[in-house]
Structure formats: structure tokens, C-alpha cells
Design a protein around this ligand. Sequence first.
Ligand code: FMN
Length: 354
Amino acid sequence: MTHHSLFEPLRLGELALRNRIVMAPMTRNRAAADGVPTPMMAEHYGQRASAGLIVAEGTWPSVTGQAYCRQPGIETEAHIAGWRRVTDAVHARGGLIVLQVMHGGRIGSHRIKPPGVETVAPSAIRASGEVWTDAAGMLPYDTPRALSTEEVRAVVAEHAQAALNARAAGFDGVELHGTSGYLAMQFLSSATNHRADEYGGDAVARSRFAFECLQAMARAIGAGRVGLRLNPGNTYNDTADEDSAATHAELLRQAATLNLAYLHVMKSPVPEIDAFAIARQHFGERLIVNDGFSPDSAASAVTAGQAQAVSFARHFIGNPDLAERIRAGLPLARFDRKTLYTAGEAGYVDYPSA
Ligand SMILES: Cc1cc2nc3c(=O)[nH]c(=O)nc-3n(C[C@H](O)[C@H](O)[C@H](O)COP(=O)(O)O)c2cc1C
């Protein structure tokens, strides 16, 4: 089958993509212990620069939001300098790269963060499950402390600062992580948000935190450089919502007023929820769709106008030159699950180009 539709250039806000093959964000835990991006991360992302757009992995705006060991940050001058190596490597090969801003909220452990740094969330409700800590192995998630209203506003401001820092590091834009049970989704979801202030209650109020983060980031660096990632019906990290489709529709109605660069929407795990239809109805025509696409199904989705671009995560692990392979009709390589989150170069910078 022909994949021509994936190689039409595309404009998403201020982002000019040379093709419609997007690299989805992937946490790979290769930063230093203090969240500073390492030279091997520059090599990894540079190898993947032929994507139309790279969304770099979920990155914390402040260390309170660090969810995982060796997860990068975008808070300090050292973070900015480390990421600068990454963006330079991608730009040198003609690529485009945005940073996914991810505050973990209640997903995390004090043993992952520096001494004295708390774990915070909309409400003091612990997530079931455990998280890996380099200090003490697997540990249960912390019981978070509920943020005060003032503190919520401060976290919103941290998102704006993260966007400014990302630009200082050379990123072309940022994407707010609104899925997978991290902070923005903890606010959205009725099971994790029991607040009585303006950030809790009905879907309008539960959408407020994500909306204000997007608005603050847009004011900081321009709406045309800000994207949003959503996955209606997602229950990852012990989240649940009384009506996820309706809540997401409400957030999208709010977000649509901002004229953002794009919406990055994943297929819903709930069969009754058509996430792409909700996205088209409430957000419009700047959609990147994701989850389980092959080159063939991606080309069909773009040709049919279901979306303007498609993102791939797992295919990019073993195929650094995924876009080139799709263009040439070459077979795709597999990857090794054992090295997904390990610290070294193996399984990270050693997959060859075709
Ligand atoms: C190793 C790994 C790490 C991931 N990390 C993130 C992340 O940091 N942020 C995010 O939004 N999604 C993350 N995801 C989800 C992917 O972006 C993507 O939505 C998912 O893998 C489905 O797409 P695919 O079928 O093309 O792999 C991760 C997935 C994998 C496999």
C-alpha cells in the first residue's frame, strides 16, 4: 500500500512538520539522578530526527512532580543545558522537537526525590500499586498531601516556567501530559479529585487545572507552540472518572478557545468511547492520533481525514529511521522489552538504521 499521505508537509500552529509521522513521548529513564539529560539522550533523539515531529518524554516542571528515577526535569539551568544538546542534535538533522511536560502528582515516592520533597495531588488519596526506586527497590506510592488553592496556582505557574525553560533549551514547543493518571488527569478524574474549591466538583471545575496550565503555557510561549495529550477512558495509575467522555469533551471545549498547536489523542481503552470523534467534534482539525497504528493504518487514517498526523511510540524504539523505512517500504525491526527502562546505552542508542 502507498504511504504518500504520511509524507505531505503539515502545519500545526507554529510547527511546520516535514511529514506526518510523529514520535510519541516515551519515558526511558536515561537522565542523570538529578534529572539532567545525558549525552546519550542527545544521540537517541538525534537518531530519530527524520520524524515530522518528536515529542520528547514526560519531563517534570518541578522536582515535586518527579514520578520516576532518572526521569528528566526542565527546572534548573543544568536541565536546560542538558536538553540544549538534545534539541541541537535534532535540529542539526532538520527535525522538530517539543517537550512533554509531566507533573506526576501522586505518582511517585519521596525516595525518588531529594530529601524533604513531598508528593502532592488534588486530594490526599494514595494510588494503589508500587513504583521502582533506585534507593530502596519497589515501594508503595506515597500518600500525597492535598495541594491548597494557592499551591495549585503555583503549580500552574510552574507549567508556564517549564514552557519558557523548554524554549530556552531550544524546544520548538511543549505538550501538556493530560493522560495516564498523572497530575492533570488526577484533577480531571472524579475518583482522584475530591476538592471543594474551584478546582474540584463538576467537569467544568475538574477541567480548570489543565485549562489554566495550557493557558499559562500559551501566554508564556504562544499558543501555536503548545499541544495537549489526552486519552479518554484511560484508567492507568489507578484513575477513574464518573463520565470520562463527558469530562474530556468539557476540557476540549475549554481548550478549543486557546487555538493550541495540536491535540494528541490516544484511542480509548473503553470500546464505547470514540476518542477520535470526540476530538474532532470539540477540538477541530489539528489532530495527532495514536495507539497501535501500523504504517498502513496510519496512512489510511490520514487519507480518510480522520487525523492530520499519526504518532508511533513502540515502532520508534527499534527503528530510529522509522520515517525513512516507511517511505522505502522496508520491514520494521522489533525491540527488546528488557532494556526499556534500564540505565545504560543498550537498547537505547544501538538500534541501527536500515
Ligand atoms: C516505553 C514507553 C514509555 C512511554 N512513556 C510515555 C510518556 O512519557 N508520556 C506519554 O504520554 N506516553 C508514554 N507512553 C505511551 C506512548 O506514547 C504511546 O501512547 C503508546 O505506546 C501507544 O502507541 P504505540 O502503539 O505506537 O506504541 C510510553 C510508552 C512506552 C512503550
